[in-house]
Design a protein around this ligand. Structure first.
Ligand SMILES: Nc1ncnc2c1ncn2[C@@H]1O[C@H](COP(=O)(O)OP(=O)(O)OP(=O)(O)O)[C@@H](O)[C@H]1O
Length: 223
């Protein structure tokens, strides 16, 4: 059974003459154990797709099912609970809390949700991402690539079933990008996660189990 199902999902911004169709009757299905890459040029609708998939935005029409639940029919509170329990987001803005050290970014999550990685597992992950030595640093002391890797670690820390990543390698060099994609692929295959990466970087296609393309809000299968 598919874990993520989009049925004819559209998102229209604006009204009347200034209407903009950011997603146009998108149909999409994905199940756990896969690394999905969605490619498309700037402005094609990738972030809109990802944020609707995670219930951060509501579609104008159509239905989004996650784990058999129609998220559009859930209350805001139930949506937030579903996100907290099941979804890890890696967003372009990183969303790190500026006045907390790297270590404290994780402590904060632990206050909200238990059942996360152990300290040993977290240290291993930070080491794999090459940021273990940065645990006491604050976001303003980190480079873009380091912040991006902290954001990746934070998304994985809660052991979510689903990981939704918006340009997760944008601030990384080629070698690091490859390492991050390998890590995501390993998580999908060995830990049965569903990972959806949206990107304009066509090189990431090679790492995917399945590739989709979005152009002008229309989604199609590439491979
Ligand atoms: N809140 C909004 N109000 C109006 N238009 C929006 C809004 N959000 C997105 N759009 C428009 O919808 C289209 C798709 O945007 P989206 O951010 O999904 O594209 P994208 O493929 O992620 O682009 P990028 O790669 O540059 O991040 C764009 O033309 C954008 O201007």
């Amino acid at each position: 059974m598919a874990n993520f199902v989009f049925s004819s999902v559209s998102k229209i911004f604006g009204q009347n003459t200034s209407e903009y169709v950011a997603l146009d009757k998108v149909n999409f299905e994905a199940k756990s154990g896969q690394l999905i890459v969605v490619v498309g040029p700037s402005g094609s609708g990738k972030t809109t797709f990802l944020t609707i998939a995670g219930g951060l935005q509501t579609p104008t029409s159509g239905r989004v099912m996650i784990s058999g639940q129609s998220i559009t029919e859930l209350t805001k509170k139930a949506q937030a609970q579903l996100r907290l329990e099941k979804i890890g987001f890696i967003l372009q803005s990183y969303n790190l809390v500026p006045f907390l050290s790297v270590k404290e970014q994780f402590t904060l999550i632990h206050k909200i949700k238990k059942d996360n990685m152990s300290t040993h597992e977290l240290n291993q992950l930070l080491d794999d991402l090459g940021i273990l030595a940065l645990k006491e640093k604050y976001p303003s002391q980190l480079s873009g690539g380091q912040k991006q890797r902290v954001a990746i670690a934070r998304a994985l820390y809660t052991n979510p079933e689903y990981i939704l990543a918006d340009e997760p390698t944008a601030a990384l060099d080629t070698e690091r990008s490859l390492e991050v994609m390998m890590l995501l692929k390993k998580l999908a295959h060995q830990h049965n996660k569903l990972i959806i990466v949206v990107t304009h970087d066509l090189r990431l296609k090679e790492m995917a189990d399945k590739v989709y393309q979005i152009i002008d809000g229309k989604m199609s299968t590439l491979s």
